[in-house]
Design a protein around this ligand. Structure first.
Ligand code: PPE
Length: 305
């Protein structure tokens, strides 16, 4: 279903949803020269709403432009304000927020340094990314035949629009084969991340995630690492192989859209007891408490409207 709201922030103006349009010769449409963010705003138990880790998302948005060499023409505070304004103007209590910067209409051809950079911020309600059953009972994943970007082929620390064709290929491949999500290996054959999530494994209560090589530096990943360390779990950022994933006691994905989603099966092999394990459930529950404003220890992660 296509999302539909009232207004979209477009180059500094609030534009009616149906009028937020671009020309078909927009550079980004042809070459993927854009970068974006994915952020969630949650309804707190006290009735207020809060954006989860707003500063970190805005920082990564700026980093993406910096890596691409096409920086944002705004100050971070202006982008933060645009995000909060979009939520308010659309009357949303809980939503997904999508800031996007993209090279616009001007010169054609790859070298178009003078094309305008447009920035939009849209927001819409978005439920469990991998389904309500998936977030509760776990999903079935498959290792894709498509390799994650080599670190000198694409800039994986930047959320560049063009990077995502790799994810779309992987996702479509495994969905057609009847699985819920695609796991991608790096150019050397180690587990990297999923099409739109980072990945964790647990064995003997030891929590492990892939290091900052070919992955997007996920903000949910970082949050879960902090939560796990605070809870006293042994936490490692270390490369692991596909068979180490198969033999894990537990596995889960993290992402803004996917939040904390248990993995119950990989390549038709059951992971642990094929249901969310104790560590996964503990971390997931803490994450859900935090985003509802029930855990005062992590209040600093919530930017209230
Ligand atoms: N890896 C990739 C490739 C990725 O796209 C995401 C987010 C993550 C890891 C997790 O990062 P973070 O959201 O900061 O924890 N994927 C976004 C796009 C989903 C979409 O289909 O669009 C998201 O979750 O917002």
């Amino acid at each position: 279903m296509s999302p539909k709201g009232k207004k979209i922030w477009f180059d500094g103006e609030m534009v009616p949803w149906d009028e937020a349009k671009v020309h078909v010769l927009t550079h980004c449409l042809h070459y993927g020269t854009g970068y974006f963010e994915g952020i969630r705003c949650y309804a707190l138990e006290d009735g207020r709403s809060a954006v989860f880790r707003l500063d970190e998302h805005v920082r990564r948005f700026f980093d993406s432009g910096h890596i691409l060499g096409i920086p944002l023409p705004y100050a971070p505070d202006q982008v933060k304000k645009a995000i909060l304004d979009v939520i308010r103007v659309n009357g949303l209590k809980e939503c997904y927020i999508r800031p996007l910067a993209f090279l616009g209409y001007g010169e054609m051809g790859l070298y178009a340094p003078d094309n305008p950079l447009h920035v939009i911020v849209a927001a819409w309600p978005w439920g469990a990314y991998l389904g309500d059953d998936g977030i509760k009972n776990g999903i079935r994943a498959k290792v894709s035949s498509y390799t994650r970007h080599h670190v000198n082929v694409m800039m994986t620390k930047s959320k560049v629009s063009g990077n995502y064709v790799n994810s779309v290929l992987a996702k479509n491949e495994v969905k057609k084969a009847g699985y819920d999500e695609a796991i991608m290996l790096d150019a050397e054959g180690y587990v990297a991340e999923a099409s739109g999530e980072n990945i964790f494994i647990v064995r003997q209560r030891r929590v492990k995630t892939t290091p900052f090589t070919s992955i997007l530096p996920g903000i949910t990943r970082e949050s879960v690492l902090i939560i796990a360390r605070d809870k006293g779990y042994d936490v490692l950022e270390e490369r692991f192989t596909r068979d180490e994933l198969y033999t894990a006691d537990e596995a889960f994905f993290t992402g803004t859209a996917a939040e904390v989603t248990p993995i119950r099966e990989v390549d038709n092999r059951k992971i642990g007891a094929s249901c969310p394990g104790a560590v996964t459930s503990d971390l997931q529950q803490t994450f859900f408490n935090i985003i509802k404003g029930k855990d005062k220890k992590y209040e600093r992660w919530l930017a209230c409207l």
